[in-house]
Design a protein around this ligand. Structure first.
Ligand SMILES: N[C@@H](CCC(=O)N[C@@H](CS)C(=O)NCC(=O)O)C(=O)O
Length: 206
């Protein structure tokens, strides 16, 4: 059985979303990085980087939330989160790396500035620079979503989940998505899925 480490209100929520989509049994150990719990010997034995999330499943030990989701989908979500066709599976890998490299740095950078940095220390130039990078990423995403309903074909997959989980930072920072209508509609639909709503509820208590 999968054990998932990390408090819900962290990148761990991405993995909870994937596990809930598949209805898998799992154990959740909510190590809190804000309380230093990820720097304890117990946790460092699982992830020497001292960051959440992390996952164990038998002899599998993994870190990196988006890669962990590829593992979950590939191992337990065949024909569901993990497409049956090779072209779809290729897109899952592509869009996951895209989320990590093209979208997350600017989306998280903006979130850190706008939500986690006290107002007097915020730097508007930094926020604006992140916004420009985000716009370029949204152009790419919107174009893809005008060509197909979902990122890896005609059904929701781990490609959508991984990108939407990162794009959620844009919603949380009230980024105006109206210039990218296909991406906006797709994101709202992904985030409204019952499995993600369940995880949002879990965040309120953890
Ligand atoms: N690229 C990693 C980032 C992990 C990460 O930065 N996690 C944060 C919580 S969301 C953390 O544990 N921070 C504590 C620290 O940096 O010491 C992933 O996607 O899993």
């Amino acid at each position: 059985m999968i054990t998932l480490y990390g408090k819900t209100a962290s990148r761990t929520s991405r993995n909870l979303w994937a596990l809930e989509e598949l209805g898998l049994p799992y154990k959740h150990v909510p190590f809190d990085y804000l309380k230093g719990e990820t720097k304890t010997p117990e946790f460092l034995a699982i992830n020497p980087a001292g960051k959440v999330p992390a996952l164990t499943d038998g002899n599998v030990v993994m870190t990196e939330s988006l890669g962990m989701n590829l593992y979950i989908a590939n191992t337990y979500g065949q024909g569901k989160l993990w497409p049956d066709d090779q072209a779809g599976r290729a897109k899952c890998i592509q869009w996951t790396l895209w989320a990590a490299t093209e979208l997350e740095p600017s989306a998280v950078g903006r979130l850190i500035q706008m939500v986690l940095t006290p107002e007097p220390q915020r730097d508007q130039k930094v926020i604006d620079a992140f916004a420009e990078k985000t716009k370029l990423a949204l152009n790419t995403l919107n174009t893809a979503l005008t060509r197909s309903a979902y990122l890896a074909g005609n059904a929701f997959s781990i490609a959508d989940l991984n990108v939407a989980a990162v794009a959620d930072y844009l919603v949380r920072t009230k980024f105006d998505l109206t210039p990218w209508p296909a991406a906006q509609k797709w994101l709202a639909e992904c985030l409204a899925r019952p499995a993600n709503q369940k995880v949002n509820e879990m965040k309120k208590v953890a």
